[in-house]
Design a protein around this ligand. Structure first.
Ligand SMILES: [Zn+2]
Length: 312
């Protein structure tokens, strides 16, 4: 969602805290991606240097690191589950990282328009390999649910795409990129097995705070019953009284089996609903939009799926 309250806090008394949060999520280099090339003699061949990859969101950066190994230097821009990605404005460092990158990965379809703008303004953009995950890999268009990394097939598609792109930039190692992608895709079978284990044979009704988990919900045969409420929250609007009452009714009458709560938000309306769900004994599944630090994609998804598995 777009948090109005974040702006409100910055304007009042939590300015220092907000600045801390924003500073913390500016730019993070992935482990192993720092430029050891600085200590090497300058070489005339471009390939003696690491290929610079910029990922708008950290889960894509993880895939790029897995496929590129030692030959890539990955910078992920959105890395902090404490910040709302929908509100992000690129810093000067982020803009520079994008300008310097040879490979850029972002979600597109309205999720991270700032990246599209940076690329549009970049005269070298046509020389970059750019992967727009939502449209290029999943065929989604603006207006579709942008949280495409919750589709359990997305990361495998991205790994294969990146292997092709890195192979174009560094043909001598193209086989290695293909093999690394294959190994990454193999690790994803843990996730697909988990999804298959939890998947329901008949649709199960749920409500959600916003449409973050929905692609995974689809894979599990969970049916979101409060689409309008969730859309309003995601867009930073107040749900209508009717939509709010309908969620209250879903909870009170136990029409839903669980409530999916994106904790990476700041909405009194949602907090209200979460409290009602708690007091009504409706299980709450906590999810985030951004991969938490210290967890890889599979661990992050598995933890969320385990919460669902316990309820169903
Ligand atoms: Zn979102």
């Amino acid at each position: 969602m777009r948090t109005k309250s974040l702006k409100w806090m910055a304007g009042i008394s939590f300015a220092a805290m907000v600045i801390g949060v924003l500073a913390g999520c500016g730019i993070t280099k992935q482990p192993g991606s720092t430029g050891s090339s600085a200590s090497k003699a300058v070489s005339t061949t471009a390939l003696s240097q690491k290929i610079k990859v910029v990922a708008a969101e950290n889960f894509y950066g993880e895939v790029a690191q897995a496929v590129g190994g030692d030959r890539v230097a990955v910078t992920s821009i959105l890395t902090n589950p404490g910040q709302d990605p929908h509100d992000y404005e690129p810093t000067a460092d982020a803009s520079k990282a994008v300008a310097d990158a040879q490979v850029v990965v972002y979600t597109g379809i309205g999720y991270d328009d700032w990246m599209g703008k940076l690329l549009k303004a970049d005269s070298s953009a046509q020389n970059k390999e750019v992967v727009v995950v939502g449209s290029d890999l999943l065929g989604k268009i603006a207006g579709d649910n942008p949280h495409v990394w919750y589709d359990p097939s997305t990361m495998s598609k991205l790994a294969n795409q990146l292997a092709n792109d890195l192979g174009k930039l560094d043909p001598a190692n193209s086989q290695d990129y293909q093999q690394r992608a294959k190994a990454y895709v193999t690790t994803m079978t843990q996730l697909t097995a988990k999804v298959a284990e939890i998947k329901q044979s008949t649709p199960v009704s749920i409500d959600v705070s916003e449409p973050v988990f929905d692609y995974m919900g689809d894979a599990l045969n969970l049916k979101v019953n409060n689409l309008k409420f969730a859309k309003a929250i995601e867009e930073g609007n107040d749900p209508t009284a009717l939509d709010f009452a309908s969620v209250q009714n879903d909870i009170k009458s136990k029409k839903i089996k669980l409530f999916v709560y994106n904790t990476q938000t700041d909405s009194p309306t949602v907090e209200n609903i979460v409290k009602l769900a708690e007091s009504s004994g409706i299980p709450i599944i906590k999810v985030t939009e951004t991969e938490p630090s210290g967890k890889n994609y599979i661990q992050w998804m598995t933890e969320q799926l385990d919460q669902v598995g316990k309820v169903l």
